[in-house]
Design a protein around this ligand. Structure first.
Ligand code: E4P
Length: 217
């Protein structure tokens, strides 16, 4: 499973890219607002730091403007993926942009029928939002398994990009179900490495090693 960071914190994204564990980045209008920066500059910087896909979302609601915005965003860098909402206009724009060879991520996916349409329209990615379904007392993770099953029947190449991830358990569940990508907020991402037994075990090994009086380098 590829790991994307869901955010725009350039220092942290650069840091984890250097560890070889970040495959891409996703943004949305709320993330751009929070950054307080110009969107074109943010996307350009992210795309230069990460070699994989960087999702940049259009603001237009009608397909013709979505295509124009999408073309402009895709010109920022080769690895920009144009993010479009799953609406009829979004699907039409997806079809147009995909036929031009532009990578599209269909976002705000809350049902498997929407995911089916996204795949038919040629999207490279579809983004089912797990956490927001959980917020409604639904099993968000079930959407990942449903889409996985449907896509496998018809061998769609659209990648399942699990989004709206709130917990490390969400990440584990997505990996178990075979999601192609999980886009993870920074706070959850940083928790992926943590385990109390790793910490206590390392403390013990370090203390015992010091008692040996040896050194390797
Ligand atoms: C996905 O691409 C979205 O940016 C994101 O995952 C939304 O998550 P949220 O529901 O926590 O806002």
């Amino acid at each position: 499973m590829q790991l994307f960071l869901d955010g725009s914190d350039i220092d942290k994204i650069r840091k984890y890219s250097d560890f070889g564990v970040i495959d891409g980045v996703t943004t949305n209008p709320s993330i751009i607002l929070k950054s307080g920066k110009n969107m074109i500059e943010v996307i350009s910087e992210l795309a230069s730091v990460v070699s994989g896909s960087v999702s940049a979302e259009v603001s237009a609601l009608d397909s013709e403007k979505m295509v124009r915005e999408g073309m402009k965003l895709s010109e920022i860098a080769k690895n920009v993926t144009v993010k479009l909402p799953i609406t009829w206009d979004g699907l039409r724009a997806c079809n147009t942009l995909s036929k031009k060879g532009i990578s599209v991520n269909m976002t705000l996916c809350f049902s498997s029928s929407q995911a089916l349409l996204a795949a038919k329209a040629g999207a490279e990615y579809v983004s089912p939002f797990i956490g927001r379904l959980d917020d409604l007392n639904l099993e968000g993770i079930d959407l990942i398994s449903d889409i996985k099953l449907i896509y496998s029947h018809y061998k769609f190449s659209t990648k399942i990009l699990a989004a709206s991830i709130r917990t490390t358990n969400h990440v584990k569940q997505c990996a178990r179900l075979g999601a192609d990508v999980a886009t993870i907020p920074l706070d959850v991402f940083e928790k992926l490495i943590k385990h109390p037994l790793t910490e206590s075990g390392l403390n013990q090994f370090t203390a015992d090693w010091e008692k040996t009086g040896q050194s390797i380098i």
